[in-house]
Design a protein around this ligand. Structure first.
Ligand SMILES: [Zn+2]
Length: 201
C-alpha cells in the first residue's frame, strides 16, 4: 500500500512553518510543490546556500549585509546624516522607509518590541547597545518608528528612560498610524507621512 504521508515533505513543511505568517497547511502545499519541481528546488537550494554563506547582520544597525567588514551600505555611506538614528522594529520596516525616500539618516533595527509576556531580553540588550551608539557617535536625534500598540508604547517608554541623561532629542512617529496598528502592516506612504510629522517626546 502506498504511503500518503511523506516524511520528507513533512520535514520541509515543518521548517517552513518557522517563517512568520506560514501555517502548516500552506507550508505543506509549498513542500509538495518543491517536491514536484526539482529544478526550481535545486536553484532555491543554491540561493539559500549563498544566503547562508554571504549574508550577515550589520554590527552597527542589525540590517542585513554581504559586506566582509560587517557594516551595511547605509552605515558606510558618508552621505547619510550620521547624527540621526531611526529605530525600527524590523528590517522590513527599514526597507519600507528607504523606499519612501524621506529619510537620510542611519538606522537601528530592534528586532521586535518589549513584551511582558515573552522573553525579550535580546531587545533590552539591543537598547543598551543603542545607548552606547548614541554616546559614542554623538547622535543628536533618535526617531522611534514602533507599533502603536501597548507593547510598542512600553518600548518607547523604555528607550526614553534608557537614553535619559544622554544629550539626544527623542521623537516618535505620531499621526497616520492608527492606534493598535502593527507597524509591519502600515503602507509606505503612511509611514513616510508619519515620519515627517513626528513629535518630540
Ligand atoms: Zn548598518
Amino acid at each position: 500500500m502506498q504511503k500518503l504521508e511523506l516524511d520528507e515533505i513533512d520535514r520541509v513543511a515543518t521548517y517552513l512553518t518557522k517563517i512568520p505568517g506560514i501555517g502548516f497547511k500552506s507550508a505543506k502545499r509549498y513542500a509538495i510543490w518543491l517536491g514536484e519541481h526539482k529544478t526550481e528546488t535545486s536553484r532555491l537550494t543554491e540561493a539559500l546556500k549563498s544566503l547562508i554563506e554571504n549574508v550577515t547582520t550589520c554590527r552597527k544597525c542589525f540590517n542585513l549585509t554581504t559586506s566582509k567588514d560587517g557594516l551595511c551600505e547605509i552605515c558606510k555611506n558618508p552621505e547619510r546624516d550620521a547624527s540621526t538614528i531611526c529605530v525600527v522594529q524590523s528590517i522590513e520596516n527599514l526597507v519600507e522607509i528607504e523606499q519612501s525616500n524621506v529619510y537620510n539618516g542611519l538606522y537601528f533595527v530592534l528586532g521586535g518590541v518589549i513584551s511582558p509576556l515573552y522573553n525579550t531580553e535580546h531587545i533590552i540588550k539591543r537598547i543598551e547597545y543603542l545607548k552606547r551608539r548614541v554616546k559614542e557617535e554623538h547622535i543628536r536625534e533618535v526617531i522611534l518608528v514602533l507599533s502603536s500598540t501597548t507593547e510598542g508604547d512600553l518600548t518607547v517608554h523604555y528607550i526614553k528612560e534608557t537614553l535619559k541623561g544622554s544629550d539626544v532629542k527623542i521623537s516618535k512617529v505620531a499621526s497616520g498610524i492608527p492606534v493598535g496598528t502593527d507597524i509591519n502592516y502600515v503602507d509606505k506612504r503612511t509611514l513616510a507621512e508619519a515620519l515627517r510629522s513626528r513629535v518630540y517626546i
